[in-house]
Ligand binder design. Structure first.
Ligand SMILES: Cc1cc2nc3c(=O)[nH]c(=O)nc-3n(C[C@H](O)[C@H](O)[C@H](O)COP(=O)(O)O)c2cc1C
Length: 323
């Protein structure tokens, strides 16, 4: 197999396939399986801000929502913090690949100091999964973006390990938010978090969650943005998440400018063997294209935004809809 080494967040990965934050990275046995199967790194299952804040504080926030409270009460207790920190230190002891901790958050409140404890437990990097879902017409996009920036400023001020942010794709100008994150010492972005959209059951007339697993076609939603972002924001490392299922998908992401890919659904559908199959596919493709390293082709399809580019995009759109 070809040398598939890449750098991500300043860490050296022996290949660009990362197992994303998911049930596959929630316990030590499964993490060991990720490494045995050939993953380049792992992102641990996220701990939620609500779990860090603790039951009493959290429950008072949700007093008026008994259904949400009942569900979440079950998942909140002090033992989660110990279990989470132990998983980080245990993973660092037993795995030789980089271990990235993950926190799911939406505010810059009391939980922030917990990030330092992830660093002390030995995490090589921290991925922040910032989830702010606007539901009010009065919430201004600029205020929501400020919330993202306030969170990361507080985190990067207090820890020394590299920090990345896993983003949703729905920003008015995602390129600007990535640039602002980078200005606040964020080393990488994960594009993108999978949105669990709503479906509707027409018999019960209820909103129900859409499927949580992705398929390959979802990757097309991100490639143009990745390609623009990798050219527009210097020195930010992009990891692609959502819709990477095959070696071909991984190569598309790398060509667009990603440094690595994160996978979850494809492991669920195809088992851990998919990691080696993807690596073999990338290696074979590199042989047929006479590449000796991933660096040689990574980002060759990134494209800088410009007025010219905007016109081309607009014309393509016109061509498509004038048929
Ligand atoms: C059951 C399940 C649990 C997940 N838990 C987390 C999590 O704790 N933190 C996180 O950042 N992403 C979580 N994810 C999202 C995945 O990391 C990933 O971003 C998403 O599944 C899209 O990637 P894929 O197309 O490879 O599945 C979860 C996904 C699934 C299906």
């Amino acid at each position: 197999m070809k040398n598939l080494e890449v750098k991500y967040l300043g860490l050296t990965l022996n290949n660009p396939i990362i197992v994303s934050s998911s049930p596959f990275t929630s316990n030590i046995d499964s993490l060991l399986r990720c490494e045995e199967a050939g993953a380049g790194a792992v992102v641990l299952k996220s701990i939620f801000e609500e779990q860090v804040i603790g039951e009493t504080e959290f429950m008072s926030r949700y007093d008026d929502y008994p259904e949400a409270g009942d569900y979440l009460k079950h998942h909140l207790s002090d033992s989660y913090l110990t279990t989470h920190l132990t998983l980080i230190s245990e993973a660092k002891k037993r795995l030789s690949i980089p271990v990235i901790a993950s926190i799911n958050c939406s505010t810059d409140k009391e939980w922030i100091s917990y990030a330092k404890r992830n660093e002390e437990a030995g995490a090589d990097a921290l991925e922040l999964n910032i989830v702010i879902i606007p539901t009010s017409a009065d919430a201004k996009s600029s205020d929501i973006e400020r919330q993202y920036l306030d969170i990361v400023s507080k985190i990067t001020a207090q820890i020394n390990i590299p920090v990345s942010v896993k983003l949703f794709s729905k920003f008015t100008n995602i390129l600007n938010i990535v640039k602002e994150l980078h200005n606040r010492n964020i080393k990488g972005v994960v594009m993108f978090n999978k949105i669990i959209e709503s479906d509707i059951n027409i018999n019960t007339r209820e909103l129900v969650a859409s499927p949580s697993m992705s398929n390959s076609s979802e990757l097309c939603n991100s490639l143009r943005t990745i390609s623009l972002c990798s050219a527009e924001v210097d020195n930010i490392d992009i990891a692609v998440s959502t819709g990477v299922h095959t070696g071909e998908d991984a190569i598309k992401a790398l060509l667009a400018g990603a440094k690595c890919v994160q996978i979850c659904s494809t492991i669920s559908a195809n088992g851990f063997d998919v990691i080696n199959n993807m690596k073999q596919f990338i290696s074979d493709w590199m042989v047929s294209n006479t590449h000796t390293s991933i660096d040689q082709f990574c980002g060759t399809l990134s494209c800088k935004g410009s007025e010219n580019n905007e016109i081309i995009q607009r014309v393509q759109y016109l061509k498509y809809f004038q048929q």
